[in-house]
Design a protein around this ligand. Structure first.
Ligand code: PMP
Length: 395
């Protein structure tokens, strides 16, 4: 007789046995550089809240005022009766900020990638994807009926070869897709070069700038601005408000025709309800803050450069990090886990990243910098990493 659900416990226990299960920690306060986690006060170095905007007074005020005016929910999907004036205002503000003709917001970034990629390319087309792209891109690619090709991470020579080879099959459209900032290594896609090779083949370029916006480019405008490119070069600039902007929501910026195509065709947009007004208003306030308070992005980079230099001076391997994502690569997984555990015991919260998220010999802890950390706090973290690093014979 078939047992409908015994696989649930069996497969979970298999993960536990391999220590591949997630053991969730409980945050008992706001996402701040110092907060309560499982009852202990810790310094948090593993949040995507790079600029500290989750608790910025202007965002909180905007959210509360929007609740007073509009209530807590939007009541429907955008295409029915959930398209409020503030949803439109947010998209207009974002397009202006991104120097794009138009922008469109989705409930989450994952939903942009999983809902839009399969519409941009289908049967007879080709997707060319960096081997280390984010899981939401991988899912979007899987959902497409297009042919798929993968190029070696950030290797434009290999990208060129893959494109040349694929031309033999005479694909109709070609989409090249890459993360802007790679979330495990903190390195940047060579977007200018990708654009150059893409143009040779008439390819459309799609960048997922989840970790680059609010961080890179003029005033945090993101990777397209960082490389001085336009939306004629990078036709699809995708991002999320869930990181540096401090709220939640995916978005895409480019031409007016991209936006009209996207909202008419993406099921994840058409069939999922629109953002609650508080989130929309807080996100508009986040754009205001980025435009008028440059100190947050400046502090983030000051802290990033200070911390990274200290790690390199101590002899740690920070890989190819070019951003506030700073991996400390230690090799074997047990070392990464011990380093994270010991730091946690001493009040510093970072996560170990081990196989299968990265190669077995490239286990690491991943530090994510924060604009509101003080130099004293960073010094105390650096001292602790140095001491434990020596104990574990990492340095
Ligand atoms: N792309 C990348 C590169 C990401 O890191 C993330 C978030 N982990 C997403 C997409 C998904 O964004 P969201 O949290 O808005 O779903």
């Amino acid at each position: 007789m078939r047992d409908p659900t015994s696989f649930l416990q069996k497969e979970y226990l298999e993960l536990v046995e391999k220590t591949l299960d997630w053991r969730l920690k409980e945050l008992q306060g706001a996402s701040e550089p110092v907060t309560l986690v499982d009852g202990r006060k810790v310094l948090v170095l593993c949040a995507n809240n790079y600029l500290g905007l989750t608790t910025h007074p202007k965002l909180k005020k905007a959210a509360m005022e929007a609740i007073e005016k509009y209530g807590v929910g939007s009541g429907a999907v955008r295409a029915i009766s959930g398209n409020m004036d503030i949803h439109i205002e947010l998209e207009e503000r974002l397009a202006k900020f991104k120097n794009a003709e138009a922008s469109l917001t989705y409930p989450t970034g994952f939903m942009v990638n999983s809902g839009l990629i399969p519409q941009l390319v289908g049967r007879g087309d080709l997707i060319v994807s960096d081997e280390l792209n984010h899981g939401s891109i991988i899912d979007g690619v899987r959902l497409s009926k297009a042919e798929k090709a993968v190029y070696k991470h950030n290797d434009v020579e290999n990208l060129a070869k893959v494109l040349e080879k694929s031309e033999k099959d005479e694909p109709n459209r070609i989409l090249i897709i890459t993360d802007g900032v790679f979330s495990m290594d903190g390195d940047l896609a060579p977007l200018d070069k990708i654009v150059k090779y893409g143009k040779k083949h008439g390819a459309m370029i799609y960048v997922d700038d989840a970790h680059g916006e609010g961080v890179l480019g003029k005033g945090g405008r993101g990777i397209v601005s960082h490389f001085d490119l336009t939306h004629n070069d990078v036709q699809v600039e995708m991002g999320t408000f869930s990181k540096a902007y401090g709220t939640i929501g995916g978005h895409v910026s480019g031409s007016e025709s991209l936006v009209k195509f996207a909202y008419n065709k993406s099921w994840t947009w058409l069939l999922s309800s629109s953002h609650p007004p508080a989130i929309v208003a807080a996100t508009i306030a986040a754009i205001d803050v980025l435009e008028n308070e440059p100190e947050h992005v400046e502090n983030l980079w000051k802290n990033t450069n200070f911390f990274k230099k200290a790690m390199i001076d101590l002899g740690f391997n920070t890989g190819n990090s070019q951003t506030p994502i700073i991996p400390i690569i230690v090799g074997e997984s047990h070392k990464a886990k011990s380093l994270a555990d010991k730091l946690y015991e001493q009040g510093v919260y970072v996560v170990p990243i081990v196989f299968p998220m990265v190669a077995r010999d490239l286990s690491r802890i991943r530090v994510q910098m924060h604009a509101k950390l003080t130099i004293e706090q960073l010094d105390s973290v650096i001292n602790k990493i140095e001491k434990i690093g020596k104990e574990l014979e990492i340095i």
